[in-house]
Design a binder for this molecule. Structure first.
Ligand SMILES: Cc1cc2nc3c(=O)[nH]c(=O)nc-3n(C[C@H](O)[C@H](O)[C@H](O)COP(=O)(O)OP(=O)(O)OC[C@H]3O[C@@H](n4cnc5c(N)ncnc54)[C@H](O)[C@@H]3O)c2cc1C
Length: 812
């Protein structure tokens, strides 16, 4: 074995299906000087023993967009490369044992319609006609996805590798990457057991070794392996080659044909993490020991669905490790810790189906210097550093495997690895009935159980048990005052002689305001898409406080760090230093005035002002701003003073109707008021003009990133626009991803939705597109419907927010 190439434009670590796909797509984009390094042989890690299911429908809009391409590419790869993939478009059937599961399947079918994936609800009888060995008398229904397929994982990997070689890539097997070379905050190459390779870009495609390879670079790659099982039977009567893939997720299982028999695997509710003490050196084309006891739950359920399995001889039991992430979505993108170090790993048992889309998207990102589409769902920057903790990952992995097929209940919260990040008010809120959800490891009170209501979630697709509690919280905010613990907000302090100039370049709004003012702004990419949606408070001539949502903390800090590179300005994460209390509602001034000597009248403390005040024993920053559409203040309290401030607010609050309020109420309140949420209503493909945020953009300010794109867009008809919708019928619930129909034509999808308790009906937002422009006439002259679980429901479209469109209440 000779030395490896000494230099490459891109070095890919790992020759599983994902690494080969990245190499293939890089060459397609014209990068010929690509080197892929594999420690043993191609596909020898997890890829070789995969079941090969290629499904298209995923839990979100963008994941489905990415997964769709798998079936397309694997179907045509043989003609292009001469290497067969084994892909067959067998179609798939998903069955529902319960009415609620059928709602879930139908909601998925509706979502799929938005991007052209054909999904057809079918009766149990029709399901049986397509899958004769299946028992159907206990089923509530099923859906049929004709475009789904299956492929041979090894052959597909080899076809991608051959395509990459044909495009100029060099693939070297039996070489282990032992280190990542770095200089000035960027990856510069890899160290291997056969010499060093200098590179402009390093890509970590090391599968379940990905966390280790990340550590070589000082990069957190939060994944953990778990055992994953299937069996293959001897040939069975009634099993034909063209049998569709069958998923019975209520029974945790999937089934497909394999050489005349059945391959049956699944995702058990309590999984077995693996590899806590490292992955054995010799692990190649390896399997883990059989564990029939653990597999029993899947076997029993499979026999319920396919009685013939009870007597079918089992030819093979496969137990192979696969890597899982804390939220069941894979990781893509440039690491925030190290420039030019990219990651594509943690594929949660859908790596075969996803490798095509993920490889293409990452290659575009590498070559173009930015993602070609909104990849937030899989962006590695969605994780907080704490989520890379080994114990956290091991615990979460026990649960997350089963969640693949568990009910995807709206608002479902994980049960493992909880209590990781807690506000100092956590115990006080819990004592008040707080029921917590989790975002980026933060525990956040989503709702408060009133006396007599059990303080835990009871999930359903209908109104959940917290609905009346959140309704009461909502009303308190509209009519009196609500208290929100918003400590999970990420707080970043930017200071230095060039802080202002750097921010002016990054922000679409003019942040050159007087100290003591807060500015709501977006940070845009060169296409004008919204990368960050945040507030900037000017603390002093050369110091700013930047506040963003917890989910975007890592992402936004990374965006800003890149944006200020070279400027004499320092960014410091001060999140832990401040507890944030939102005091919101028409009586908030009255409440705060009982505790502070400061004058809070609009004349002295107008909307958008931010200043230090004394409150109780504390001195804190009070900022007049709102995300719920009412008069209110956010209080930034030094953490060690927060319990005292909270106690004082609660003690004084009784007389003004203070009520604790959680994030479910906040969502309902903000949607009624038309406030957007980044990651849902705003993202890298949406410009402020699309999003109706033109008021927040200072187009006359020179030189901010994205300005040119906005100027070009300004002079064209507004072909795409975010509208607010209310349902005419007060019963149905909007959750997001519902298709939007205008006069019988599909024109968009809902990006977020909730029940609006003041409006007395569901309210949602969604982008609507039309080449001639989306203006008032377009909105008013039409018949609107939203599709919920395949049923169309009449709706009203609004250009303005349906609640307090003039913001009179906010500025009161
Ligand atoms: C039992 C089972 C069934 C599955 N069924 C399906 C299915 O039906 N459909 C589906 O879509 N997915 C399925 N999956 C998941 C799928 O197999 C994986 O998601 C996918 O193979 C992951 O590919 P990868 O390239 O990320 O990882 P891998 O295939 O593990 O590739 C990573 C490679 O990196 C190499 N490597 C690691 N460290 C180094 C280093 N330091 N230097 C050089 N090389 C290194 C390894 O040797 C390995 O070959 C299944 C998984 C299992 C376990």
């Amino acid at each position: 074995m000779g030395p490896v190439p000494s230099h490459a434009r891109a070095v890919i670590v790992g020759g599983g299906i994902v690494g080969c796909s990245v190499a293939y797509h890089l060459t397609k984009l014209g990068w010929r000087d690509v080197v892929l390094l594999e420690r043993r042989e191609l596909a020898c890690g997890t890829t070789w023993h995969a079941a090969g299911l290629v499904g298209q429908l995923r839990s979100s809009h963008n994941l489905t967009r990415l997964a769709r391409y798998g079936a397309v590419l694997y179907e045509r790869l043989e003609a292009e490369t001469g290497q067969a993939t084994g892909f067959r478009r067998s179609g798939s059937i998903s069955v529902a044992r319960t009415a609620e599961r059928l709602v879930e399947l139908k909601r998925g079918a509706s979502m799929a319609r938005c991007f052209g994936v054909e999904v057809e609800p079918i009766s149990p009888a029709e399901a049986r006609r397509r899958w004769p060995l299946m028992r159907t008398d206990d089923l509530a229904g099923a859906v049929w996805i004709p475009g789904d397929g299956r492929t041979n994982p090894i052959d597909t990997t080899l076809a991608l590798a051959r395509g990459a070689r044909q495009g100029g890539a060099t693939i070297v097997e039996n070489v282990t990457v032992t280190g990542i070379q770095r200089a000035r905050g960027a990856a510069t190459g890899v160290r291997t057991d056969r010499g060093d390779v200098a590179a402009d870009v390093v890509v970590n495609c090391a599968g379940m070794w990905g966390r280790e390879v990340g550590r070589m670079a000082g990069v957190s790659v939060p994944l953990h392996a778990a055992e994953h099982f299937y069996i293959v039977t001897e040939p069975m009567a009634g099993v034909t080659r063209d049998l569709p893939v069958l998923r019975d997720t209520d029974g945790y299982i999937y089934v497909r044909e394999e050489v005349g028999g059945l391959l049956m695997g699944g995702f058990e509710p309590a999984a077995k993490p693996w590899g806590m003490h490292g992955i054995p050196e010799e692990f190649r084309f390896s399997l883990l020991p059989e564990d029939w006891e653990h597999f029993r739950v899947l076997m029993e359920q499979a026999c319920v669905r396919i009685p013939a399995l009870e007597t079918a001889p089992v030819r093979r039991h496969v137990n192979g490790p696969e890597s899982f992430t804390p939220d069941n979505r894979y990781m893509l993108g440039e690491a925030p810790e190290l420039r030019r170090f990219f990651v594509a790993a943690g594929f949660n048992s859908v790596g075969i189906a996803s490798a095509a889309g993920a490889g293409q998207a990452l290659a575009e990102w590498i070559v173009g210097g930015a993602p070609g589409m909104d990849l937030w769902d899989v962006d590695i920057r969605r994780f907080a550093p704490v989520q890379g903790n080994a114990r956290y990952l091991e615990e979460r992995t026990k649960e997350v495997v089963g969640l693949l097929y568990a009910m995807h209940w709206p608002f479902r919260q994980p049960e493992t690895a909880r209590g990781v990040r807690r506000s100092v008010l956590h115990d006080r809120l819990a004592a008040r009935g707080g029921v917590f959800g989790v975002v980026a490891g933060w525990e956040r009170a989503n709702w408060f159980a009133t006396p007599g209501v059990e303080p835990r979630y009871r999930y359903t697709y209908g109104r959940q048990n917290w609905f009346p509690c959140a309704a009461a919280e909502h009303r308190a905010v509209r009519e009196a005052v609500g208290l929100f613990d918003q400590s999970s907000l990420a707080k970043l302090r930017l200071e230095g002689p060039e802080a202002l100039a750097a921010l002016q370049r990054l922000c679409a709004a003019d942040v050159d305001v007087a100290p003591g003012r807060i500015v709501y702004t977006q940070m845009l990419n060169a296409r004008g898409g919204i990368e960050c949606d945040l507030t900037v408070t000017r603390l002093a001539d050369d110091a700013f406080l930047i506040v963003t949502i917890a989910a975007a903390a890592t992402h936004d800090a990374d965006w800003i760090r890149r944006g200020i590179a070279g400027a004499r300005a320092t960014l410091t994460d001060v999140t832990s230093a401040f507890t944030v209390l939102g005091v919101m509602g028409p009586r908030s001034r009255e409440l705060l005035s009982r505790l502070t000597p400061a004058d809070l009248s609009t004349a002295v403390f107008p909307f958008g002002a931010s200043r230090e005040i004394e409150l109780g024993y504390a001195t804190l920053r009070a900022t007049r701003i709102t995300y719920v559409g009412e008069l209110g203040w956010e209080l930034y309290v030094p953490t060690e003073l927060a319990q005292g401030v909270y106690d004082a607010l609660v003690a004084a609050g009784g007389e003004v109707g203070l009520r604790h309020a959680g994030y479910h109420a906040m969502d309902s309140l903000r949607l009624e008021k038309g406030y957007r949420s980044w990651g849902h209503d705003l993202g890298a493909e949406d410009t402020p003009l699309d999003a109706g945020l033109g008021f927040a953009v200072a187009l006359d300010k020179d030189g901010f990133v994205g300005r040119e794109a906005l100027l070009r867009q300004r002079d064209r008809p507004r072909a795409r626009r975010l509208l607010t919708f209310t349902l005419d019928d007060p019963e149905p619930l909007l959750l997001g991803d519902e298709p939007i129909w205008r006069d019988g034509g599909l024109v968009g999808r809902i990006t977020s939705g909730a029940y609006g308790h003041t409006l007395g009906r569901s309210v949602g937002m969604g982008y609507v597109s039309h080449p001639d422009g989306v203006d008032a006439a377009f909105v008013q002259s039409a018949r609107w419907e939203l599709e919920i679980a395949t049923e169309r429901v009449p709706a009203t479209a609004h250009l303005e927010s349906p609640y307090d469109p003039t913001s009179a209440r906010v500025r009161a």
